[in-house]
Design a protein around this ligand. Sequence first.
Ligand code: APR
Length: 280
Amino acid sequence: VDESVPPETLESRTLDGLAKYIKEGRAKRIVVMTGAGISTSAGIPDFRSPDTGLYANLARLNLPYAEAVFDISFFRENPLPFYTLAHELYPGKYRPTVTHSFIRLLHDKGHLLKLFTQNIDCLEREAGVPGTKIIEAHGSFARQSCIECKASYPDEDMKQHIAAQTIPRCLRESCGGLVKPEIVFFGEQLPAEFFMSRGLPAQADLCIVLGTSLTVQPFASLPSMCSEGTPRLLINQEVVGGLGSRPDDVLLIGDCDTGVRRLADACGWRDELETLWANT
Ligand code: APR
């Protein structure tokens, strides 16, 4: 690090350097990796922020430990805590943030290779990122099925149960198993398409990590799969996942909506971004 340059100048220079790299057309295969931090400004709590995070506020569900709410063996024993929470988290009540719109803008401009998200709120889709560009590594509420016989379960019935906070059961008489949205619980496998796409970070010419603690594997390993020499940008309230360890890493530590606006400004995309978001 050039000691003679004050840190903020270094940061803005690297941010400006990154914007230059993008504007010169050298970032045509951007891989974006997101977590709950990009949806907090939409009103959806993240998981691990000390006071506001979901795991700090589940005491009312008297769980043995916070992550039990998303644990498949606990769910089998007691599905009620999950369905109480699902009522609060169910998509449809929230609007995408300007960070979601920034990812959509990257796609519109032909720079987005793939978005890997850990979020289950479907806000990326609602922001207009095409499904073909999204890997929902931890699943989503988009579909639901019986955890015993795997039979799919009708969307309308699910919406009614979520609204009423009641427990949906498999419609097959001989089964009657618990129905669960296809969210990846602790103890379950990630979707096959996650593993099929794990070669993409190595093909990226820019990696952008937004709003995640990078604490849950195997998602947390994605940024390290980028080739040496590929710039990696972290926009997050805290330094995570070894970002900053490589010479081409750029760290924007702070709010992600503020960070994406700064990058949009540097790229000359700010008006486009605000218009896109205003119409979402
Ligand atoms: N701007 C920038 N960063 C933010 C903001 C914000 N507005 N809000 C929160 N953050 C940061 C937090 O500081 C934290 O580093 O986002 C990160 C959120 O981390 P987590 O709460 O752990 O969420 P996430 O990384 O998505 O969790 C991963 O854990 O429980 C499982 O399956 C669940 O997908 C989830 C996975």
